[in-house]
Design a protein around this ligand. Structure first.
Ligand SMILES: [Zn+2]
Length: 387
């Protein structure tokens, strides 16, 4: 497994070893070295530090086929925890996760990012979760916060969030000052992508994409083993791919972006404009209409699927990735999108890329909060410079 040039050294090795043991269970040093393509000496020194920190332990020796004893190392899941926070347009979701990624506590709260005391509310909710962890005597490594917007990976400053309306906010600094624990801030889709790279079924893939389709549309990239963030964390704005000339005005200020046509918010807006659903209805109501056979509802989903498939084919043709993971609210309605998505993708992928694997993951409303906890547990890889 490759981790990208230069990314697996120092604390990156620690991250890789912890994630591997979380994913695969107890392994010997030789097995760790082989899986991560590291030298035995590097694994020995990294695991020595992890043993000293009490994050891993040695198990009883087992005899290998060669007759030599081998000592498996295992994670101590309760030795460290992280709080993961998703800040979204209408809610904040928090989880407390163990070192192996298992969630032991969590809650979701209504939120208004435009309220004057919005940041105080975010701090208060994290402090309450920290208090709960302290009462349960759960050691805390740090807090990971995932936000919809462009985050500067150096500073954890939220450069621009169209969705939250927070621009140029030094979020990591403010939270660190208030909470007095390590805090890592990342873009929400980047967080999901890092978690997939460390713990998910794509962990052994060196190149893959995560496409998130919900109220917005985002893209996470893992290229040559490492998450790719672009200049100042600006990579992955798939939702702002220009798709229609002179189309609807987008929240970003441009016109005709993919997000204005194919996000769940766009589908809901378009259904209301066509009087298919009442003003207070949501995308699931449109889904119910399509399931009941309404041809106009079915047409809206088919159109969105066609645009998404065509746009994604363009991205895959450029990057040559062999796997695409689809997440987000749209996966609940994938039955209505799939046929047109698949045929548009197949029609526009280059012939030698037509075996690209598309994995549609079941909808999980805690996905981003859990991923944010993963960012804090695996900080060196996730946010290399926010220390
Ligand atoms: Zn846009």
């Amino acid at each position: 497994m490759r981790w990208g040039a230069g990314s697996i050294s120092g604390d990156g090795t620690r991250t890789a070893v912890l994630a591997l043991l979380a994913r695969r269970g107890p392994l010997s040093r030789a097995e760790i070295a082989e899986s991560l393509e590291l030298s035995p000496a590097t694994v020995t020194s990294s695991t020595r530090r992890l043993l000293a920190e009490g994050l891993i332990a040695e198990q009883e020796p087992r005899v290998t086929q060669s007759g030599r004893p081998s000592i498996p190392l295992r994670l101590i899941p309760w030795s460290a925890h992280a709080i993961g926070v998703q800040v979204a347009l209408e809610h904040i979701s928090l989880v407390l996760a163990r070192l192996d990624g298992a969630v032991v506590d969590g809650s979701t709260w209504p939120f208004n990012p435009a309220a004057p005391k919005a940041l105080d509310r975010l701090i208060g909710l994290i402090q309450a979760q920290m208090g709960q962890a302290a009462r349960q005597r759960r050691p805390l490594l740090g807090v990971g916060v995932a936000v919809p917007g462009a985050v500067d990976p150096d500073s954890g400053t939220l450069r621009m969030s169209v969705r939250l309306g927070w621009n140029g906010m030094p979020l990591a600094t403010k939270l660190r000052t208030a909470l007095r624990v390590p805090v890592f801030v990342d873009n929400d889709i980047s967080a999901v992508t890092v978690a997939e790279r460390l713990y998910g079924p794509s962990a052994d893939c060196a190149d893959f994409l995560v496409v998130a389709i919900g109220q917005g549309i985002g893209l996470g990239l893992v290229l040559d083993g490492a998450p790719y963030r672009g200049a100042a964390g600006a990579a992955g704005e798939f939702g702002h791919l220009p798709i229609l000339p002179d189309g609807t005005e987008c929240a970003c200020g441009n016109r005709g972006c993919l997000e204005t046509q194919a996000s769940t918010e766009a589908l809901t807006r378009r259904a209301k404009e066509a009087n298919l659903i009442p003003p207070q209805a949501g995308v699931s109501d449109l889904g119910a209409l399509a399931a009941a056979g309404n041809p106009h509802a079915r047409e809206l989903f088919a159109e969105a699927g066609e645009m998404l498939g065509r746009a994604l084919a363009g991205v895959v043709n450029i990057l040559g990735t062999s796997t695409v993971v689809v997440v987000g609210e749209i996966t609940q309605l994938w039955d209505h999108v799939q046929a047109s998505f698949d045929s548009a993708l197949a029609a526009h992928l280059l012939p030698y890329l037509r075996n690209t694997r598309i994995e549609v993951r079941p909808w999980d409303d805690r996905l981003i909060a859990v991923a944010a906890a993963g960012v804090a547990l695996c900080a060196p890889l996730a946010a290399p410079r926010q220390r």
